[in-house]
Design a protein around this ligand. Sequence first.
Ligand code: SAM
Length: 291
Amino acid sequence: MNLCDIKTIKQIMAMFSLNFRKEFGQNFLTNRMVVEDIADSCCENSHSTVLEIGPGIGSLTYELAQRYDHVVALEIDRGLIPVLKYTLGDCKNVTVINEDVMKADLAEILAPYFEKGPVSVCANLPYYITTPILMKLLESNLPFEFITIMIQLEVADRLCTPCGGKDCGAITAVLNYYGTPEKIFRVNAGNFIPAPKVDSAVVRIRLHKEKPYRPVDEANLFRTIRAAFEQRRKTLPNSLSSVFGELTKDELTEIITACGHDPNIRGEKLTMEEFTALSDALYAKIEEKKQ
Ligand code: SAM
């Protein structure tokens, strides 16, 4: 069965009386080469477990199961569960779970697999919820080796731009804290059914084993990044003052200058190293004022 063949996909959907559900971002891949390329590039070790988010009718799941030791697939759409039983019946190394990834206890689900060896994530993500899913995976602090995701091209470009560059956003900076992203290839909208309005790209993130940046307080680093990007047009003291209400503008300017920056600098120009140093200086001042 070729699960990427448009006729086969339509037949399967009709057989189970299903429609493509827009609210779940159901755009299924129809190009087998793309599916194989994603499966090939998502892990370096064949003795890996792969967490797949949104298996759909199982095209990518099938290819992952041929290459890696285990596949755990979380699918929100109850209607697709019997389909996956039918299409993946021969794949004994696949566990399908009918669950919303945003509600799932990933640590509990994946605990037995982390004991066996490396675990990575691979998904053609539903576009309506790309950033929350990515943030959940990163903030879980689970020791994933890679996170490989197909996402909208524009979002992929934003994630993979260098920190400190003009296209860098808060999500770019936060992502670089957790790992190193790389855009692997572009996939045109015509490779999906139904075709989305925009093109996509596959991004592979290699998670840091040891984080290169070690802020004194992680939450304060994210607060600093959020403040710097929320008001992009403002200078750094102004954008920080809207979030760090406990510090005066003069104190903020002093801290920024002490970190070696012109006070007129915009937050988006800072590298991750500079964000970490700034966050630590802000944190120290806040703690000092509490005493
Ligand atoms: N992997 C298939 C493919 O590449 O053809 C389908 C990808 S489709 C873009 C996204 C899939 O994610 C759909 O099967 C959809 O039902 C599922 N999905 C959407 N939201 C989800 C959620 N919150 N948790 C788990 N699965 C979700």
